[in-house]
Ligand binder design. Structure first.
Ligand code: SF4
Length: 320
């Protein structure tokens, strides 16, 4: 049983002119205890919608999310069982995720109450702050007295206070300056290893993902294009979109972006292309790609991809 298990998840929004937009169009993904799973893809690919649905901030339009074997109760519909409050979220913007009018200690104490309600020994707000590298006297101060990187440490301390089993971190480093980004990513990794919890790390920063993720899932236009152990996926990507992403990493600024030779932008999710969603941009496309949607399937042990060409290549390899 996976710690966090996402099955055939769909998230739809009402778009312009009454069109429904399927931001997440049938995703399977799981996070195990002690594991960092990275979800990567371009802006607009649906990864943040997936993250919000994974913690119950938005209700899925289809599929399921289970946490520790039980269906996740969406936030706001009913009181969430204490056990499910062990699934915590760290947001992109540490400026807006903290209440500017309450002390840091007060805000961290909310998480402490979750641990106490679960009958567990709780860390004090000061202990939580120490764990994330901040002084204990920060408890009496307010968010505006801290830098962006420090505020993200405070947001992590607040999540830690609940003694989480799993954290979903949605672009937790993208609003920070370069010096704080690696420090926050390393802090999250340290905490995962120390507490043996799970982490779903949603990011477009491929260089950081490569360093910290055990498993990488590549998302394109609402679907998972490829997933597998990070070491293997980064060494030899199977899907043409993964190849394009990974080929973009050696940039002077150290941050991966799509290379200039991949044409166009992510298409409008309210009118996805027929067949393979990636076909209008894919350098490897063949005629079937325009008409038939590829099914994601295991092509190598522990590695799956949704691509007609890769599937044919590995089917051929297995019979040679
Ligand atoms: Fe490219 Fe075709 Fe594979 Fe899609 S199915 S990624 S278009 S080769």
């Amino acid at each position: 049983m996976s710690l966090l298990d996402i099955r055939d998840l769909e998230v739809s929004y009402a778009g312009h002119a009454g069109k429904s937009v399927r931001a997440v169009a049938g995703v399977d993904l799981s996070v195990e205890r002690g594991q960092v799973v990275a979800l990567v893809g371009e802006s607009g690919c649906g990864k943040s919608s997936l993250g919000k649905a994974a913690v119950g901030l938005i209700a899925p339009s289809g599929g399921s999310v289970t946490f520790q074997g039980e269906p996740l109760v969406p936030l706001g519909r009913a009181a969430r069982p204490v056990k499910q409050r062990k699934l915590q979220m760290v947001f992109q913007d540490p400026y807006s995720s903290l209440n500017p009018r309450r002390t840091i200690g007060d805000q961290i104490a909310e998480g402490t109450r979750v641990a106490l309600a679960a009958g567990e020994a709780a860390m004090s707000p000061g202990e939580c702050l120490e764990r994330v590298g901040l002084p204990t006297d920060a408890v009496s101060r307010f968010p505006h007295q801290f830098s962006g990187g420090q505020r993200q440490r405070i947001a992590i301390a607040r999540a830690l206070a609940a003694r989480p089993e799993c954290i979903v971190a949605d672009e937790p480093i993208s609003a920070l300056d370069a010096s704080a980004q690696a420090a926050i990513a390393n802090l999250l990794l340290e905490i995962v290893r120390e507490l043996d919890m799970g982490l779903l790390f949603i990011s477009h920063d491929l260089a950081i993902v490569r360093k910290i993720a055990d498993v990488t899932a590549v998302m394109y236009l609402g679907k998972i294009a490829e997933t597998g152990p990070s070491r293997d996926l980064w060494a030899e990507p199977l899907h043409p979109y993964s190849k394009a992403l990974i080929g973009a990493i050696p940039r002077p600024d150290g941050r991966g972006r799509l290379p200039a030779d991949l044409p166009g932008d992510v298409p409008d999710p309210s009118a996805p292309p027929s067949g393979c969603r990636f076909h209008p941009r894919c350098p490897a496309a063949i005629p079937i790609c325009r008409t038939d949607e590829p099914r994601r399937q295991e092509l190598l042990p522990g590695r799956s991809a949704a691509c007609h060409v890769a599937a044919a290549q590995f089917a051929g390899a297995s019979t040679n």
